[in-house]
Design a protein around this ligand. Structure first.
Ligand code: MAN
Length: 362
């Protein structure tokens, strides 16, 4: 993939905080679409408390009863005994047997719209695209993906609703990015990385998803189908982590699948056990979209540029959106969990990067 010479195209200073007591830590993982002749990015904006009180760590959470954001305080003394703050993204609580559970996120994310005429210079809206809603969004809304439903003149937006109850994929539907219909949760927690296919296959909607098994199994890509975008079933395993290498930790669908003559093209993310996130590509069968035809053996993009290696959480490239222009794809991706960058690649280049998968072995 060829990186856009402008380097990151949106950075935190381009984004106004949504509240006076917050600061913007990152603008990153974004869905992408065309709305008429305008490029639309729906960005994840992460915010934390602008000021920290002495002796405390303050984190923002959404209070669904009051319908507003508020600050939760943890004393540093308590943190020292019970919590682990070595990951910039979250605060873990250690229990007696040493098992770590996420107790808080250090920031809360919302969805923010950015618009552009050329796909490179974006103007970011001053306010979130829509407010938080309900107890499942107490810790925020993350990683939006936009699918333009080709035959329906509407867009499906999946995102991860996060709360202490878990990370849970939810769906929004819009025709204009002004009014949003909230469909709500479509998979139970813990699940992430849901991408909806842009057209029905055999009369059904399809989505990739990524359940996170707790005791048995690894975080892999699965597929499900639905008659109505609300009720999902026929869950099947598509592709797993590789024991060795760049995707031995977790994988998840990235950009919503793209229709090509050779099959459904997927640009997904793979992370290693050290949380270094790269992009990979695979092709699945047009009429049996859970069946892999080919898969990249090496990453098609990996964190190499300074802005991908350093940031809020370094060594991350994470794509949720792309705009197709003939055989060219403009891939919009989060770099180091705090900026948005763009890279260009052709369909042919991606096909050439993949090797056939022997499906008889599956
Ligand atoms: C999470 C994802 C993303 C994020 C990466 C890297 O698993 O859901 O939100 O970009 O980790 O931090």
């Amino acid at each position: 993939m060829i990186r856009e010479p402008k380097k990151p195209i949106i950075i935190p200073v381009d984004v106004k905080p949504s509240e006076h007591f917050l600061k913007v830590d990152g603008v990153f993982n974004c869905g992408a679409a065309m709305l008429g002749d305008e490029y639309i990015l729906l960005c994840r904006v992460a915010e934390s408390c602008r000021e920290q009180e002495e002796g405390y760590v303050c984190v923002p959470v959404y209070d669904e009863r009051e319908g507003r954001l508020k600050t939760e305080k943890l004393s540093l003394e308590e943190i020292g005994q019970k919590y682990d703050m070595s990951d910039s993204r979250m605060i873990f609580r250690k229990n007696a047997s040493g098992i770590k559970k996420i107790k808080y996120l250090t920031s809360i994310s919302h969805l923010r719209l950015a618009r552009s005429r050329d796909g490179i210079h974006f103007k970011v809206d001053g306010q979130p695209a829509l407010p938080f809603q309900g107890r499942y969004e107490r810790w925020g809304m993350e990683d939006p993906r936009i699918t333009c439903m080709e035959e329906e003149g509407r867009y499906c937006i999946t995102y991860t609703a996060v709360s202490e109850l878990g990370a849970m994929p939810a769906l929004l539907i819009t025709g204009d990015f002004v009014e949003y219909q909230r469909v709500g949760a479509i998979f139970p927690p813990e699940n992430k990385d849901v991408t909806i296919f842009p057209r029905k296959i055999g009369g059904l909607y399809y989505a990739c998803h990524r359940p996170v098994p707790y005791e048995i199994g690894t975080p892999d890509i699965w597929i499900a189908s639905s008659p109505d975008l609300i009720h999902w079933g026929d869950h099947r395993h598509v592709c797993g982590v590789n024991e060795e290498g760049w995707e031995n930790g977790r994988i998840g669908s990235g950009v919503p699948p793209i229709y090509t003559e050779r099959g459904w093209l997927h640009i997904y993310h793979g992370a290693d056990v050290h949380n270094r996130y790269c992009l990979g590509a695979m092709l699945t069968d047009l009429s049996d979209p859970g069946k892999i035809i080919a898969r990249s053996q090496r990453p098609v993009l990996e964190p190499e540029a300074a802005y991908e290696r350093e940031g809020f959480f370094g060594e991350v490239v994470f794509a949720c959106g792309c705009v197709q222009n003939g055989s060219a794809l403009y891939v919009y991706y989060g770099a180091a969990d705090d900026k948005i960058a763009r890279a260009e690649v052709t369909l042919e280049e991606l096909f050439d990067s993949m090797e056939a998968v022997d499906t008889n072995e599956r």
